[in-house]
Design a protein around this ligand. Sequence first.
Ligand SMILES: [Zn+2]
Ligand SMILES: [Zn+2]
Length: 370
Amino acid sequence: MTQEDDAQQQLQEMVVLCPHLQGMTDEEQKESLKKNSNILNMHLKGVGLEHPEESKKNSTLFRGRVPSACPFADRLNASGPKWKPSDFRCGICKHYLHEARNTEPCKHNFCDVCLKKVGTTKGSSCPTCQAVVEDFSVDTFKQYTTDSYIKMQFELCVEDMGPKPEDPMNEFLFLTEQSVFFDLNVAIGNPTYLFNSDRSLFYANRALDSCDQLLNESKLIKFINLKSVVKGKIGDIYAIRGQHEEAKTQYKESICSLEEVMNKELDQDLTEVKNTIRVTLVKLGDLYLHREKEPLEALNWYSKSTNYNCEPIHALPVRIKLGEAKAQSGDVSGAKSDFEEAESIIKQLDASDYVDRCREELSRCMLLIN
Ligand SMILES: [Zn+2]
Ligand SMILES: [Zn+2]
């Protein structure tokens, strides 16, 4: 079986694992379901049911009929649907469906927000097949299978990570940390994610909740750093949505919590923490320079970030940005000396695409003072 066949098989089994089972009254049936699958357990946990210890030993997937408590039982039991990964993607943003809608009668799937953005209304043409859209319907079933599919992807990537830690607390931390990375990847992983920022925000916020769970259990610096990285990504999404105040709040909170770490834990390796602070300070600077058009404020944040420079390769783009902010605020001689400094850093670095891009950026910025 190829990995995709395998994934499809697992998915078919997973659609059996449905939140409506919560409504099941037959306790025995519920117990036997819980014992039959790890994935099921994960799912049940997701919908707030208990996760019995003994079930961890048994990883056999549940193979049975969907109990009638699930409103999709007839459809699921009848056909044994064959799914392709593309079935879970929106025809507009190509991302996983979010609040899935069906176009009638052609039955193509889109996110609610995407249909609104492209202005598809009754009487206009379907973005996928151009047929006239007579109506829309809410596709709870497709949304459910999409969410199941995403969960299954998570299961598969955790399996790829190799053996999980054996003791329950470390296993919990391990799985929760992986789910942060996973959600963050879903939030930012698709090149068109900016189009459907609601979806991105949903996943990024879920990653943030998982970070809080991690920090409830352990104050490890790497988890504090992870939470700051997630908040930085949420800030990016807000910045792109034009919600600048929300973006600033996320960035500033991210920086504050890491600066607290810097002030306390001086005997540990804080390279990652310094990197996150530097990157986030630069993001704040960019927000002020490019979106708010306030070069003096930008200068303030860029300057702070130089306290956290570790390598010339990190110092270079910041030096160019400092020059750009000074040029825009009218400080020509200050800008000139930053650009000269940037040129001398370039000379120290080995040639690479990255350095080429920085050189291009430098040439663009130098035009501001010539
Ligand atoms: Zn979409
Ligand atoms: Zn269509």
